[in-house]
Design a protein around this ligand. Structure first.
Ligand code: NDP
Ligand SMILES: O=C(O)C1=N[C@H](C(=O)O)C[C@H](O)C1
Length: 246
């Protein structure tokens, strides 16, 4: 498979390593220094593109892939406000896109367990719930995409929560979190690849669900596997479409 890497930073470089190990070829690498190489004709040389760039670059990269009719796997977070618009465009133009806030198997299992737990906790209002995410200090978006997926999983299952609010610790946060709101607390600490915790606490005890990424390898391998899966498909997909947890 010929792969175009849109974004060649921390993730792009590890993805390249896994892609080569799995017998693929990287035919295009785009970073901020060579965005002029992101042309339709260069993209069209690839069987699939993998975007791990930046929140403000994702949308134009996606549309460049649509123009070149190249399936695109999007790992970049921080653009989900435009998700519906991108979905409509993808489907109306018969393109292919798969996105995911987190491509690691561990986190996708965690997403599933999180929903099961929230469904159980729906019957136990004595427990208050909160989400915490910790990432490295270069991260541009907050909350993390993974924390948003976790929060949406809880809200889907739990009648007493209707929306999430985010506090980036160390910045001004004047909101009073209402009973029906789910707090996502974001912390930024040097060199942390990604830690997500769901905390249920009552007056008598606490239950914590926690996922800690030791490094970025799980995200990167998952992105290559997703690209292999998407290669000959048409449509708009999420990473959850690859897994079939019962
Ligand atoms: N879904 C998942 O499983 C995961 C998602 N992510 C997400 O992936 C994204 C990238 O993460 P990471 O690799 O750590 O970030 P980095 O900052 O290390 O790398 C980003 C890359 O994108 C490039 N870039 C920036 N702007 C543009 C642009 N306009 N066009 C093309 N390339 C551009 C940067 O170029 P330059 O090097 O020149 O600055 C760099 O090569 C983030 O949104 C992050 O949240 C991260 C890990 C896992
Ligand atoms: O920026 C990162 O590093 C990560 N971003 C993703 C997110 O926003 O959830 C996934 C992972 O946690 C690492």
């Amino acid at each position: 498979m010929k792969i175009a890497l849109l974004g060649y930073g921390k993730m792009g470089q590890i993805i390249e390593r896994f892609a080569l190990e799995r017998g693929h070829e990287v035919v295009l690498k785009i970073s901020i220094d060579n965005t002029e190489d992101l042309t339709t004709s260069n993209l069209a040389k690839a069987d699939v593109a993998i975007d791990f760039s930046a929140p403000d670059a994702a949308l134009s990269n996606i549309y460049a892939c649509f123009d070149a009719n190249v399936p695109v796997v999007v790992g970049t977070t921080g653009w989900y406000g435009q998700l519906q618009e991108v979905k409509n465009e993808c489907l109306s133009r018969n393109n292919s896109l798969l996105y995911g806030s987190n491509f690691s198997i561990g986190v996708n299992l965690f997403f599933h367990i999180n929903k099961v737990m929230a469904k159980l906790m729906n019957d136990y209002p004595a427990y208050e719930v909160q989400v915490e995410e910790i990432h490295h200090t270069q991260k541009l978006d907050s909350p993390s995409g993974t924390a948003m997926t976790i929060a949406e999983g809880i809200i889907e299952q739990m009648d007493r929560k209707t929306e999430w609010v985010n506090e980036l610790v160390g910045t001004q946060f004047d909101d009073i979190v209402k009973k029906d709101q789910l707090l996502i607390e974001s912390l930024r600490i040097e060199n942390v690849p990604g830690t997500h915790t769901v905390l249920y606490s009552s007056e008598v005890d606490e239950i914590e669900l926690k996922h800690t990424a030791h490094n970025r390898a799980g995200f990167a391998l998952g992105a290559v596997v997703a690209a292999e899966w998407l290669q000959n498909k048409q449509g708009f997909y999420n990473i959850a479409d690859i897994f079939n947890f019962k």
